[in-house]
Ligand binder design. Structure first.
Ligand code: PGA
Length: 253
């Protein structure tokens, strides 16, 4: 049985006060309900990680980072290493979010290096994969998702792979209010699980959690979660309001 996992990606939002308030209010509303039944994470901007880690401490809510660099230290101005994230109390890290791929210009190869370094550094990476609208319209969804998977986890052993969560986020559904239908999500999630079974083995494929992301709201969370291969949700905009985020978590329980 895969434990459901709901993560809130705050992106370039909040400030020092509102990040702590949001984290505290999510932690307080969930008190005691999280640990056993569901994994929950909040993913604030780098500069608020430490105060958010303090704000959720002993609530069972974990903290993740939105990005990471693959080097451990040295002359890489502006970058943050896996060890630094671990040091401030991060558990998870996003690798290859579509905004990093398509707005910032990260390559598949860079995402793969970040993912490998994250695992070596003791973090649990969430590898984001997903097609652009024109790729879906051209019937290339599976091809694109397979490429993101192949390059994202290239060369990882099965043991290391068990640290990974996959997030399927169709780019056309992110921040657009246009969610994939539960059926569309299920089709791609099943494709991802088959890909994992072929690249690794069936047991591992059954263990790895595959999240859906893209305009998830409290009112569509349950239908998405009811799909067999949807194991959780990666939430952007709707994770910025504590009550809505908590309703999404409740729908995933
Ligand atoms: P959204 O973002 O929920 O605002 O569409 C999802 C994401 O980018 O992870």
């Amino acid at each position: 049985m895969r434990k459901p996992f709901v993560a809130g990606n705050w992106k370039l939002n909040t400030d020092s006060r509102s990040s702590v308030e949001l984290a505290k209010s999510v932690a307080a509303s969930l008190s005691g309900r999280v640990a056993g039944q569901i994994s929950v994470a909040v993913i604030p901007p780098f500069v608020y990680l430490q105060s958010v880690v303090r704000a959720v401490s002993s609530s069972g809510v974990a903290v993740g980072a939105q990005d990471v660099y693959f080097e451990q230290k040295g002359a890489f101005t502006g970058e943050i290493s896996p060890a630094m994230l671990k040091d401030v109390g991060c558990t998870y890290v996003l690798c290859g979010h579509s905004e990093r791929r398509h707005v910032i210009g990260e390559t598949d190869e860079l995402v793969g290096r970040k993912l490998a370094a994250s695992i070596s550094g003791g973090l649990l990476p969430v590898l984001c994969v997903g097609e652009l609208l024109e790729e879906r319209d051209a019937g290339q969804t599976e091809q694109v998702v397979a490429r993101h998977l192949r390059t994202g986890v290239s060369g990882l052993s099965a043991e290391k792979m068990s640290a990974v969560t996959i997030a399927y986020e169709p780019v056309w559904a992110i921040g657009t209010g246009r969610t994939a239908t539960p059926q569309q999500a299920q089709e791609v999630h099943a494709f991802i699980r088959n890909w994992l079974a072929e690249a690794y083995d069936k047991t591992l494929a059954e263990e790895i959690r595959v999240l859906y992301g893209g305009s998830v709201k409290a009112d569509n969370a349950r239908a998405l979660m009811q799909q067999q291969d949807v194991d959780g949700l990666l939430v952007g905009g709707a994770s910025l309001k504590a009550d809505e985020f908590v309703r999404i978590i409740e729908a995933a329980l």
